[in-house]
Structures are given as structure tokens and as C-alpha cells.
Design a binder for this molecule. Structure first.
Ligand SMILES: [Zn+2]
Length: 453
């Protein structure tokens, strides 16, 4: 289907799409909150039924936690298979009082849909489904299509990753299509070329049995707060380079072309500072911000707690100090091995008089780096150029979509990550929204892509 036909289909169907989209958004499918478990199941069931109404055979796949909505639409016998991945679960809404309209009562204001999940990921899932509906109705020839929409992405997809092997034949595909990303510049198409993986854990340093009087014990008892500060300080040098042995193991240098493309995405340091309130001065200063995010792993302290933080003074030597630590790792790195290296480093540098305990160790999905020369990427670039009138940007993302690398491995599908999110959509924050223009762009992109195989 060409661009003009899809535009006309969108104009004609827009009002009905918005009504159905509102229904989808009205389920409080918050995966992290056990109180919403049945809302997640109800949302999955609704989605499954909705897919059936547009002509896609669908069912729920049971998992240890939230069901997966799985749909199939057979294409021509020799056609390739496209597996579409998305998620119907959403982030919690806190703080509820910050929402202008209630998060699960979708509201249409100034050509934007306001609701939790309006963009991430229900909005982006829904333009895919609506484009597919238009294609099916038109009778155009399509590839084999498989739809896999999960319900635990926002809490890490852990149990799902473990279960994927069971569905190896069911999800086998040539292309793995994901629309859970955004564009760096509104109005310009953007293809996500990489994702980082994540590991995290808690480190606790314990000294005395109880907080000690700093006059009686100061200078005599070891201080866990000071020791934790010193221990954390051993992790990086002054240039932001990580000093843990083995931390950079497996990192693959970008090619000159990848580096050039990554640095071609405009980055405005002043705009970054005015938005976040801080200069982009963290991490390995030897690399540009795009290279630091896209091609380098990083090690962060997410929180540090010890002793007294209330009003006035309290002269103690705290008995315990806690640090929450995470690392974002790149494709090629062994997440478990790097996590072990960090733990060993802390054990080696912790003072012997205190007890170091490591807990809550978590290993997420691995990093991902895609091939800049692949045919499917060229196809997406051509479509995005036709859609926007500009060359698409290639972007190596610093964040993670936990399941993508595992889905790639098990399904055999080559990932293609194109989404239409913007910074202003406020995903994971109050007043999340998605504009009609973004939805429309996604609809036309998906329509053009799926009819191009
Ligand atoms: Zn999200």
C-alpha cells in the first residue's frame, strides 16, 4: 500500500481508531503492582479479542506471571515472516496528584492523547494494529505476520526470557519488528541501532551492632559511611574511566562509519543542560556523549544511604552503609562475568574490619548492536525518507529493552527498531501523552513497511 492510500485510510478511520485506543488505555495494566494482576489479564484478553475482530487469529500464551497475547496472520507460502514485539503493561502512575486528568481515563487534549501508556507502549502497539487492520481490509499481499505482545516489560521480562525457548517454533521469524523507541528530532525518522544491557545489585557495609557515640568511639571504631564513600571512589578515575578489572571485557569498538553516524545525530549540550539542569559531563570524557551512550558501558551509583540525614545534627558513627549499584553494558559483554568482576573489586577494596554483603544481584537482557548494512535497515530508511522527506537518523540507544536480544536469538528474526516517541511524551512520568501526528506517522510507516515485503 502506498503512502497516499494509507493517508486516506487514516483520515477515514481516525475517529474509530481513537475510540478503540481509549478502550485499550483504560485498563490499569500496571505489571509491577500485584493489585493490578487481574487488570493485566483483562487487558490481554481485550487485546486478544480485538485482534480477532480485525482478522488476526489470536490467543493468550500462559507464563509464570502475565499472559502474552499471540496472534498469527499467514501470508503467501514463500513470503518472509515478520514477528512484531510490543508490551501491553504500563508503569505505575505515582504521584497520582500530578496528573491533569486521571491516568486510566484517557483524555484527548490539543490533539494529544493523555493516559498512562498513551505512548509506552500501548500507543505504539495500537498504530501497528490499526495499520495491519487497514492492510487486511485492503486485501494487499502481506508477509506472514506474528504478533507477540507481552505484559511484564516494565518489570524486566525476567520470567518471559526464561520461557522463550518453549515457543521457538511458534515465534520463528525473519524480521523482529519493535516499535518501542523514539526519534531524537521530531519530524525525522530514527532507527535504533543498539541497546545496552543491565546488571544491578546492593552492597552493604556493616560495622558496629548499633550506631555509636562519635565522641566515645570517633577515632577508634571504623566508620561504614566513610568506608563506603572510599569504596565507591575506587570505582572510577578522574576521567570517568571505570577501574574495575574486566569491566570493559567484550566491548567491541565501533567502526569508523558507526562512530560517524552516531555523532551525526545532533546533540545540543546547552539544550541538554537547560532541560536536565546539568552539563553532559559524566562518564568517560574521552568519548563524545553519543559514543558514551551508544558504545561504552557505564557503572553508576543509584543510591547511597548511611547514618543520620534529618534536621540538625546527630553525632554518631553509623553502624551500616548501603549502596545501590548498576551497570549498563554493551553488546558483546558477558553480563554475569562483568557483574562478578565488580563484586570482586568491592570485596578486594573493602576494609577488613567491616563486613561487606552483596545482595539483590540481577542480570537483565544483554546489549544489542545491529548491522548498518542490512537490507531490512535499508528498506526502513527508504520508507522513513519517503514519510518525512528527510534522511533517517541512526541512533545507538543507552537504555535497555530487556527481551529484544533474547527474542532475536530464539526467533532468528533480525531486529528492526523504529518508533515515534518524543521526549515531551513523558513516558514513565505523570501526564504521559502521544500526539495524533505521531500516531499517524507510525500508522503510515507500518503500513508501508508491511506491504513492502
Ligand atoms: Zn516503558
Amino acid at each position: 500500500m502506498d503512502k497516499e492510500t494509507l493517508e486516506a485510510a487514516f483520515e477515514a478511520g481516525q475517529d474509530r481508531m481513537i475510540e478503540k485506543w481509549k478502550e485499550f488505555l483504560s485498563f490499569p495494566s500496571i505489571s509491577a503492582d500485584a493489585a493490578h494482576a487481574s487488570d493485566c489479564v483483562n487487558c490481554a484478553t481485550w487485546l486478544c479479542d480485538h485482534l480477532a475482530t480485525i482478522g488476526v487469529q489470536s490467543r493468550l500464551l500462559e507464563t509464570a506471571t502475565k499472559p502474552v497475547v499471540f496472534g498469527e496472520l499467514p501470508g503467501a507460502a514463500d513470503a518472509p515472516t515478520v514477528l512484531f514485539y510490543g508490551h501491553y503493561d504500563v508503569q505505575p502512575v505515582d504521584p497520582p496528584e500530578a496528573w491533569v486528568s486521571p491516568p486510566f481515563e484517557p483524555e484527548w487534549r490539543d490533539n494529544r492523547m493523555y493516559a498512562r501508556g498513551a505512548q509506552d507502549n500501548k500507543g505504539q502497539v495500537f498504530y501497528v494494529i490499526k495499520a495491519l487492520e487497514a492492510l487486511i481490509a485492503s486485501g494487499v499481499e502481506l508477509p506472514n505476520i506474528k504478533i507477540f505482545i507481552e505484559g511484564e516489560e516494565e518489570c524486566g521480562s525476567d520470567s518471559l526470557a526464561a520461557q522463550l525457548e518453549e515457543w521457538k517454533d511458534l515465534i520463528a521469524a525473519d524480521v523482529l519488528m519493535v516499535c518501542d523507541t523514539g526519534t531524537q528530532i521530531p519530524g525525522t525518522g530514527c532507527i535504533t541501532m543498539g541497546l545496552r544491557g543491565i546488571v544491578h545489585f546492593t552492597a552493604t557495609l556493616t560495622g558496629s551492632k548499633y550506631d555509636l557515640h562519635s565522641g566515645v568511639h570517633g577515632g577508634k571504631a571504623p566508620n561504614p559511611a566513610v568506608a563506603m564513600a572510599r569504596l565507591i571512589a575506587t570505582l572510577h578515575d578522574d576521567e570517568g574511566h571505570v577501574l574495575v578489572d574486566g569491566f570493559y571485557d567484550g566491548v567491541v569498538e565501533p567502526t569508523a562509519e558507526e562512530r560517524r553516524l552516531a555523532n551525526e545525530v545532533p546533540f545540543d549540550a546547552a539544550a541538554y543542560e537547560s532541560e536536565t539542569g546539568v552539563e553532559p559531563a559524566g562518564g568517560e570524557l574521552a568519548f563524545t556523549p553519543a559514543e558514551r551512550i551508544g558504545f561504552r558501558p557505564c557503572l553508576d551509583l543509584n543510591g547511597i544511604h548511611s547514618g543520620y540525614g534529618g534536621a540538625g545534627g546527630k553525632t554518631i558513627i553509623p553502624s551500616v552503609a548501603t549502596a545501590k549499584i548498576s551497570a549498563r553494558l554493551v553488546a558483546g559483554q558477558d553480563l554475569g562475568a562483568v557483574l562478578e568482576s565488580i563484586v570482586k573489586h568491592l570485596q578486594r577494596h573493602a576494609p577488613p574490619a567491616l563486613h561487606l554483603d552483596i545482595s539483590d544481584q540481577a542480570v537483565g537482557g544483554p546489549g544489542l548492536r545491529l548491522d548498518i548494512d542490512s537490507p531490512i535497515l535499508q528498506k526502513a530508511k527508504t520508507i522513513l525518507r519517503e514519510l518525512t522527506g528527510k534522511d533517517a537518523l541512526l541512533y545507538w540507544e543507552g537504555a535497555s529493552i530487556p527481551i529484544v536480544a533474547s527474542l532475536q536469538r530464539v526467533s532468528g528474526g533480525e531486529p528492526l527498531l523504529v518508533g515515534f516517541g518524543h521526549e515531551e511524551d513523558n513516558i514513565h512520568a505523570p501526564n504521559e501523552s502521544f500526539s495524533i501526528e505521531q500516531f499517524r506517522s507510525g500508522f503510515i510507516y507500518v503500513g508501508m513497511l508491511l506491504s513492502s515485503f
